[in-house]
Design a protein. Structure first.
Length: 257
């Protein structure tokens, strides 16, 4: 059994290395902010769909759960909400602070802290927004904290890598692992995400099949290959809903009733 302290220290070390690689190119273009301002429900891209679920959050308090270097924080800060951006890494938060300053973003509080023990009051948050964070965490502890800080009627939106199929997981291991992967992270199953959301109301949408994973390995035409594979994957998922079992990314929302 991996201790919580060991898991978190590994994440802090990984994040410190990541921060050294992301200290430049701080400006976020207007086209990026516009892309995520009001994406359609029918989008084939998971991050766009997560921002679609966000909806109108003007005047709300949003906890960005694992903000990293602040790229999504800038987008969130342009939605008229009060943002609390939390990360376990002081180094990544320093990059996020510089990014926010470079993009003239206000109404953002940066907070160093653990997702396993949030430094926030009970029922103090309207929306939690966490992109690719849960698969780094001890899910039972994190779930209790998400439930604790959400207001009644509040929502939590997550995007997570998914592996229900053992065959897909074995095939994926044949390909090179990304250098920035931390030692204890792993994709989640649909059951784990549903269990995490209990007793909240749960809704989810699956994105990407194995083609998108292959496309990410094509360096020269990666952008074009990813766009094409996303279109193919979306078509297949609409045509054959049972393929959702083999999807590699899930966006889900939980509502505290």
């Amino acid at each position: 059994m991996i201790s919580l302290d060991r898991r978190e220290q590994a994440e802090i070390l990984r994040s410190a290395r990541e921060a050294t690689q992301k200290a430049s190119h701080l400006h976020v273009g207007k086209e990026t902010i516009a892309r995520y301002r009001a994406p359609p429900e029918t989008t084939i891209f998971p991050l766009e769909y997560a921002f679609h679920l966000l909806g109108d959050v003007r005047g709300k308090t949003i906890l960005e759960y694992g903000c990293g270097d602040g790229l999504n924080t800038v987008v969130l800060a342009n939605r008229g909400a009060n943002i609390v951006a939390l990360d376990i890494s002081a180094e990544l938060l320093d990059v996020a602070r510089k990014r926010l300053e470079a993009n003239d973003c206000k109404d953002v509080d940066l907070l160093v802290g653990s997702a396993h023990g949030l430094p926030l009051s009970d029922e103090s948050v309207d929306v939690i927004f966490g992109m690719a964070i849960l698969h780094h965490l001890e899910l039972d502890l994190a779930s209790r904290e998400v439930w604790r800080v959400l207001k009644r009627g509040g929502r939590a939106i997550f995007e997570e890598p998914t592996r229900n199929s053992k065959l897909v997981a074995k095939i994926r291991k044949l390909f090179p692992q990304r250098a920035e992967v931390s030692p204890y992270e792993r994709p989640l199953t649909t059951k784990e995400m549903k269990d995490f959301a209990e007793p909240c109301r749960y809704q989810a949408k699956t994105f990407q099949l194995f083609f998108s994973s292959l496309a990410s390995l094509v360096p020269r035409w990666r952008g074009q290959a990813m766009d094409l594979s996303a279109q193919v994957d979306a078509y297949l998922l609409r045509l054959f809903p049972s393929l959702c079992y083999y999807g590699t990314v899930t966006v889900f929302q939980m509502v505290k009733e």
